[in-house]
Design a protein around this ligand. Structure first.
Ligand SMILES: [Zn+2]
Length: 323
């Protein structure tokens, strides 16, 4: 009754063996090298899978299923990573086919944000909550939506891409080609870029630069530290950031009426410093009773969510197959 989970990330790939209850028996990781030819990566990945199985004393032929979580854009139906943003040389990577050729167990596949939503739904503190939203809230804003107990996959696998719902069509350009996407205002990478530009062009004296250790190294972490230290510019920027986080979450609660909204990386790291202003601002964007019924909290699975998300993809695939 064991599952193999493969969590492909921008900087590392983790492989684990775990049970249907989400108990991780063994786990190993390797770097995802941006310039590596794809065949080299494939070989290292398959080798790592065998290593982890051996470490867990699980025979490959006894696996019930394999789950793969990978960054989008990807096609679940075709089992390919279309153009992973951290690996510019990769294109149409047939990762499902690689693993099918290496193992006899069925292989299931989904994007990382959907996989995290499934992990919270199957293994988290709010497991079984039939309407659940997971937000990655990291360098970008990925999302996974469970509605009535089912993941919203959508017609083109873009269901749950909440980071690209537009808040302002005249807003700043997003990497996706639209203007004013939610991610532009709340994704760590783009917020930090605009922050640098604002400080530079306005010649603003702020603790943000000092905390970052130089203008070129300005990040969300430096903004948070400067805001916590009481820097006026940083506090104002942090407040605007929280406003946009609340606006997007409010939209989602208004549309989906979820039981719970769980937020990843930045919420886990910053805790109440971001959660409190967001919760204070939410009543502006959503009716009182769906808001009262919804818990908005940091993710409940901590650093284990990567391993568990891949296992959750495997388990969900098995359930749909009727196994
Ligand atoms: Zn966008």
């Amino acid at each position: 009754m064991n599952l193999l989970g493969i969590d492909i990330g921008g900087t590392k790939t983790a492989v684990c063996v775990g049970t249907h209850k989400g108990v991780v028996l063994a786990t190993r990781r390797m770097p995802s090298l941006p310039e590596e030819p794809i065949e080299g990566y494939r070989k290292r990945l398959v080798h790592l899978c065998h290593e982890v199985l051996e470490k867990a004393s699980v025979k490959p032929e006894s696996l019930d299923a394999v789950g793969i979580s990978a960054p989008g854009p990807l096609s679940v139906k075709r089992g390919v990573m279309i153009c992973p943003p951290n690996n510019p040389g990769w294109h149409e990577v047939p990762v499902v086919d690689w693993i099918r050729r290496a193992f006899s167990a069925p292989v299931y596949f989904n994007n990382d944000a959907n996989a995290c939503a499934l992990a919270e739904y199957l293994f988290g503190r709010y497991k079984g909550a039939r309407n659940l939203v997971y937000l990655t809230f990291s360098t970008g804003m990925g999302g996974g939506i469970i509605a009535n107990g089912e993941l919203i996959q959508g017609a083109t696998d873009t269901g749950g891409e909440v980071g690209h719902h537009v808040l302002d069509p005249n807003g700043p350009m997003c990497g996706c080609g639209q203007r004013g996407c939610w991610e532009v205002y709340v994704g760590g990478r783009m917020v930090a870029e605009r922050l640098k530009e604002k400080i530079r062009s306005g010649n603003i004296q702020t603790l943000v630069v000092e905390k970052a250790g130089g203008m070129d190294r300005v990040t969300m972490l430096a903004l948070e530290q400067a805001a916590r230290a009481g820097d006026r510019f940083a506090m104002s920027e942090w407040d605007e950031f929280a406003e946009r986080v609340a606006q997007g979450i409010g939209n989602l609660i208004m549309i989906l009426n979820p039981d719970v909204v769980l937020l990843g990386t930045m919420a886990i790291h910053a805790g109440d410093f971001i959660m409190k202003p967001v919760l204070d601002k939410l009543p502006k964007y959503v009716w009182e009773w769906p808001l009262k019924a919804c818990k908005v909290e940091p993710s409940t699975l901590g650093p284990q969510i990567g391993d568990l998300s891949a296992l959750a993809v495997a388990l969900t695939g098995l359930r749909h197959a009727g196994a």
